[in-house]
Design a protein around this ligand. Structure first.
Ligand SMILES: [Zn+2]
Ligand SMILES: [Zn+2]
Length: 138
């Protein structure tokens, strides 16, 4: 059965829809994810098939350079500031959406933690999740 994810930002201006299987579901504790979330990590549902994720409504971006040297575009709702999704200059088919947006947040099933090496002590994660100092090497 094909999975379908729908959701919206805090003010409802940006709607998001994804159909298909996420390739990764994770918490990221890198410094950028701490800054963008206002807490110890950001969480992502990652899709890698072209056309899987539809964004309805205008978003704005800010850009950071990842450890790989490639740019990551951090999209947010210009009205309410909710971080909505991340896209990657080097991987145009990949979109990582914020699970907090989901109409059914319980659909998010995190499997791993990235950049655990920069975790802050007050942001403990479920000990059963696979932890990576930086990114998983595959
Ligand atoms: Zn909004
Ligand atoms: Zn991160």
């Amino acid at each position: 059965m094909t999975r379908k994810y729908t959701g919206q930002c805090a003010c409802g201006t940006v709607r998001i829809e994804a159909v298909g299987e996420p390739v990764a579901e994770l918490h990221c504790q890198c410094r950028h994810c701490q800054l963008r979330s206002g807490t110890g990590h950001s969480s992502f549902l990652v899709f890698d098939k072209p056309g899987t994720v539809k964004i309805d409504g205008e978003t704005r971006n800010w850009t950071v350079v990842a450890d790989s040297g490639n740019e990551k575009h951090q999209a947010f709702c210009p009205d309410c500031g909710t971080p909505t999704h991340v896209t990657f200059a080097a991987s145009p088919d990949v979109t990582a959406i914020s699970p907090s947006l989901l109409d059914r947040p319980g659909q998010f099933m995190p499997k791993l933690v990235t950049y655990a090496s920069s975790a802050v002590p007050w942001d403990a994660q479920e000990p059963l999740l696979a932890r990576f100092d930086k990114l998983p090497t595959s």
